[in-house]
Design a binder for this molecule. Structure first.
Ligand code: HSE
Length: 434
């Protein structure tokens, strides 16, 4: 690698600006550490006039992405535009030219990682994506390098800052979901259209990336069942707290004892004493169990200009050291053939909140239906309601997911039950084979 590394940046929003700012702010430190000078040569934007007031150093602003990618003086392309297209096309073009690519784009990495790794291998280039999951938290490098000696047994993560902020405020402020989302939008913690975050899709993309580094599994997002937090009510949060839990949007990946892998994203009740329960506001965290290291947790800011800039610049610094274009860290070049567990093979504890007639025999009926489907109750409580309606809340022992689904159908179709309001998984032990 040359003594000066030239960077071209695609996009100058929050992410691109964070990279330029950090490279300027820590220029001396980075030069001392790498013995190289790292300079931003070109930034590709839609409308250069919009950025005239910003300090871009000596960088030239242009609208021509393809010309920038083909510029022989540019060594590293930072893709900071997000979304699938045209990012996919630009990354492929850069890799085919033998350039290094650094991206924060979870969607494009999740969907096309295999293609990118193959292109990088064929053209002696490489792609780095530390910023795509967990923002500034060094998750990818930790899994690839720091924990490389381990077989990862399980990984549970809070990977979306927006939803964690919303759930924290739901818990702390006693407001309903819609009001908390409006507040989060007003404070800049949620997008004007927060659907990708709230639906769990953003978390599923990130989990599919972690699956590749932690389990060497190429799992498309379409094979990761995901649920969002849209249906979590303030009442669920209050009852969870009363029972000693908090609710988090949890991404889970687990190696089952039968060798199969299980991945899912769903709101989950986590015991208050678990380290993930203390991860608040816009923070992200991943709790990893490796067969040698045991339990380990990384936590930090999962988004934002500066944390994302931190991850991108650390990738650029890695490239500065990589003088032979052989990043041995891309263990995903060889994905393992894996089998995914079917939901019918999984077990979990469940929390159920339902409304039923407040009449003699109701609890007996509910208990009978649950017993008929092999669902055992661990805790149950009834809350007074109006008009002869009772709110009944129970937590099951660990049960087969199939049994729980058929028990819920049994409850729904019985005349004593008016409505099953909420069903949530409880704890982190889900995924053991039935
Ligand atoms: N929208 C994401 C979040 C940030 O709220 O965590 C980038 O992935």
């Amino acid at each position: 690698m040359k003594s000066t590394i030239s960077i071209g940046i695609l996009g100058f929003g929050n992410v691109g600006a964070g990279v330029v700012q950090l490279l300027n702010e820590n220029r001396d430190l980075i030069e001392r550490r790498t013995s190289k000078s790292i300079c931003v040569k070109t930034i590709v934007v839609r409308d250069p006039k919009k950025y005239r007031h910003l300090d871009c150093g000596n960088a030239v602003l242009t609208t021509d992405a393809i010309a920038m990618i083909h510029d022989p003086a540019i060594d590293v392309i930072v893709e900071a535009i997000g979304g699938e297209n045209p990012a996919f096309e630009y990354i492929c073009e850069a890799l085919k030219l033998g350039k290094y690519v650094v991206t924060a784009n979870k969607e494009v990495i999740s969907k096309h990682k295999k293609r990118f790794f193959d292109l990088a291998k064929a053209h002696d280039s490489d792609i780095y994506y530390e910023a795509a999951v967990g923002g500034g938290i060094p998750l990818i490098r930790t899994l690839k390098v720091g924990l490389a000696a381990n077989r990862i047994e399980s990984l549970h993560g809070i990977l979306n800052g927006t939803t964690n902020y919303i759930l924290t405020k739901l818990n702390d402020e006693g407001k309903e979901f819609g009001d908390v989302v409006a507040d989060a939008q007003a404070k800049g913690f949620a997008e004007a259209d927060p659907s990708m975050d709230v639906s769990g899709l953003d978390t599923a993309y990130k989990l599919s990336i972690l699956a590749s580094v932690a389990f060497k599994a190429d799992i498309p997002v379409s094979e990761i069942p995901y649920e969002g937090i849209e249906s979590i009510a303030l009442r669920d949060m209050q009852l969870a707290a009363e029972l000693g839990y908090t609710i988090k949007l949890l991404a889970s990946g687990k190696q089952l004892s039968n060798g199969k892998l299980s991945f899912k994203v769903c709101p989950t009740m986590i015991p208050r004493h678990h380290p993930l329960a203390g991860v608040r506001n816009e923070f992200n965290a991943v709790f990893i169990v490796g067969n040698a290291v045991g339990e380990s947790m990384l936590s930090g800011r999962g988004a934002g200009s500066s944390p994302t800039g931190s991850a991108i610049v650390s990738d650029i610094i890695d490239i500065a050291f990589d003088s032979h274009r052989t990043s041995l860290r891309n263990l995903e070049y060889a994905f393992d053939k894996v089998s995914l567990a079917h939901e019918s093979e999984l077990k979990s504890q469940f929390f159920v909140r339902l409304l039923a007639s407040d009449a003699p025999g109701t609890l007996a009926t509910i208990a009978t239906i649950l017993a008929h489907h092999q669902v055992s109750i661990s805790k149950i409580m009834q809350k007074p309601c109006t008009n002869h309606v009772a709110e009944i809340v129970f937590i099951t022992h660990s049960v087969a997911e199939d049994s729980m689904s058929s028990a819920l159908i049994g409850l729904e179709t019985d005349s004593v039950v008016q409505e099953i309001v909420t069903k949530l998984r409880v704890g982190l032990d889900e995924g053991d084979p039935v």
